[in-house]
Design a protein around this ligand. Sequence first.
Ligand code: NAG
Ligand code: NAG
Ligand code: NAG
Ligand code: NAG
Length: 508
Amino acid sequence: MKTLSPLLLAAGLSLVEPWAQAQLSGSVGPTTSRAAKAAKKVCNIMNYGGVASATTDNSAAITAAWNACKSGGEVYIPSGNYGLSTWVTLSGGTGVSINLEGVIYRITSATAGGHMIAISSTSDFEFYSGNSKGAMQGYGYLLNASDPRLVRLTKVTNFSFHDIALVDAAQFHIVMDTCSNGEVYNTIIRGGSLGGLDGVDIWGSNVWIHDIEVTNKDECITVKSPASNILIENIFCNWSGGSALGSLGANTDISNIYYRNVYSQNCNQMYMIKSWGGSGTVRNVKLENFWGHTNAYTLNLNAYWTSMTQAAGNGISYQNITFSGWKGTNSNGAQRGSVQVLCPSGVPCTGITVKDVNIWTESGSTEKEICQNAYGSGTCLKSGSGGTYTTTVTRTTASNYAIQTMPGEIKAWGLGTQIPIPAIPTTFFPGLKPISALMAANGGGGSSPTTTTTTTTAKPTTMSATGGGGSGTQSQYGQCGGSGYSGPTACAAPYACSTQNTYYAQCL
Ligand SMILES: *[C@@H]1O[C@H](CO)[C@@H](O)[C@H](O)[C@H]1NC(C)=O
Ligand SMILES: *[C@@H]1O[C@H](CO)[C@@H](O)[C@H](O)[C@H]1NC(C)=O
Ligand SMILES: *[C@@H]1O[C@H](CO)[C@@H](O)[C@H](O)[C@H]1NC(C)=O
Ligand SMILES: *[C@@H]1O[C@H](CO)[C@@H](O)[C@H](O)[C@H]1NC(C)=O
């Protein structure tokens, strides 16, 4: 169990790295394991009218399988191709998982807006791919602005999303709206090179997002208001817009946000905090170990981001924001320098720290750093507080800016080109392995608890219930086979053992 920082924390163990401890406010992920859910019931969409064809609508089958398993069980979408032309809203689940081993395709004649798969008001939930090959293909390249987003989670708590490729949405790829106690990891997002195709957007509390690659031309991993206790790490913004806090408007309420190990190449920015007008607070934010190259903006807190609509208010109060350990190069240091901290004149920023930000330019020989109404320490920042000012520093040298790059960095997907479904990568920051192994590498599967971050030590009985005993016969819905399974393989009459996937067979 490698992934356990928040959990071990909850369990009172001490393998926790202190940063994780500080940033999350409790354990994350579903409260019962995949195995326990699948042991209760498996709702294979093929038993609910599913058709393994990319051009046949499977909405009714997915909805029916959800309804049958949403009070405890696993919705199973086996390997194969499945079309979707009516978008599904799955709500009111408790103790339910969706194992997407196949690929869901937008049927290209279906162009309604909305979300292809929306999950709402659900708890103890896991959306994953047991073979790490599950994907959704939105065929965004054919589309225009009103067409669907791929996935939205609304008011989902105690959840995880992992091992799934989200490909070519016509709009956003995954949005988490008012979600809490979640973990999102081992995911690749590959969209077209266009604004409006956000990768991961999140607002809510206590969510751990790690090991994600995003290609698009808009938000990579972006936190919106209101949000608190969000930990984001090991992120590869591979020809993306870049990550951000924002856009922030009136009554902004953001606190305890920690990003670290974020690699960005050919993005609009390495990180941007953007607002224009607005009110409320952003506090206790730490942006550490950002590496990158060939990005337009680099570190940019901009309270005068006029490409958004001006929000009501004097400006947002930005407090206690630390940028540290930034390395690499940017496209043009004279034009868009490595540090821009532009705070509202009505509400100067306080407690801003810029340290070890070593970025050098790829063209010309200067890096411009601009501070405006910003108080704290480092570069052009003033110490103390209060009052408006603008200071520009022009650097003509840089040190320690060299970075190790990522393998396989190439250019963006154009528009009008079909994007193939990629494999989930095995690194998301130079030299780092994912915090949790991919499901495929683990033997994966709906009954393997190996990588779950969710089974708290408070619930050992749910785990050991899976096998239903070592010998004798298994009862209805009990597990009777699957890789790694060692319990009874015979079913009590009149039930027969039915193989659901490589990892799970059940008495039905
Ligand atoms: C979407 O439609 C608008 C208006 O018809 C058009 O200007 C734009 O180029 C279209 N975009 C794409 C990506 O097809
Ligand atoms: C979420 O999990 C926590 C324990 O981690 C539990 O206290 C809480 O009741 C759960 N919430 C829901 C809605 O199930
Ligand atoms: C500043 O934020 C950090 C987290 O980034 C937190 O640990 C620290 O306590 C905060 N300081 C104050 C004075 O609130
Ligand atoms: C980066 O994105 C490009 C364009 O989508 C892709 O071809 C390339 O394989 C990606 N690199 C990695 C390491 O995934």
